[in-house]
Structure formats: structure tokens, C-alpha cells
Design a protein. Structure first.
Length: 60
């Protein structure tokens, strides 16, 4: 039996995006564009993981 993905997983995107942009901007010294790209990548990661997990769960 496969586990279903948690329904709250996509909602982690915005907080993780903020944390990712802040950490890249503050600790790694990235500029605006680097922080923006990091926020987009880190922010969309939980959403993508959720939909991939959901698709694999319904597949099998």
C-alpha cells in the first residue's frame, strides 16, 4: 500500500521561498536576481513534489 501525499505539502512553498531567498541573500551574498531565482526554485519544489507523488500514487 502506498502512502498518499499530505494535503498540506503544497502550502510549504511560500514559506520555503522566503527562507530560501533570505538565506541566499543574507548568508551567501547573492543579489536580487540570484535571490529571486532561489526563491522560485525552492518555492515551487514542494508543489512539484506533491503533484509527482500524487500522480505516482494514482498510477499504481
Amino acid at each position: 500500500m502506498r502512502m498518499r501525499p499530505p494535503t498540506w505539502l503544497p502550502y510549504l512553498g511560500p514559506p520555503l521561498a522566503g527562507l530560501g531567498a533570505g538565506s541566499v541573500g543574507m548568508w551567501l551574498g547573492g543579489g536580487f536576481w540570484v535571490s529571486l531565482i532561489a526563491a522560485l526554485v525552492i518555492g515551487f519544489a514542494p508543489i512539484v513534489v506533491y503533484y509527482v507523488w500524487k500522480r505516482l500514487h494514482h498510477r499504481g
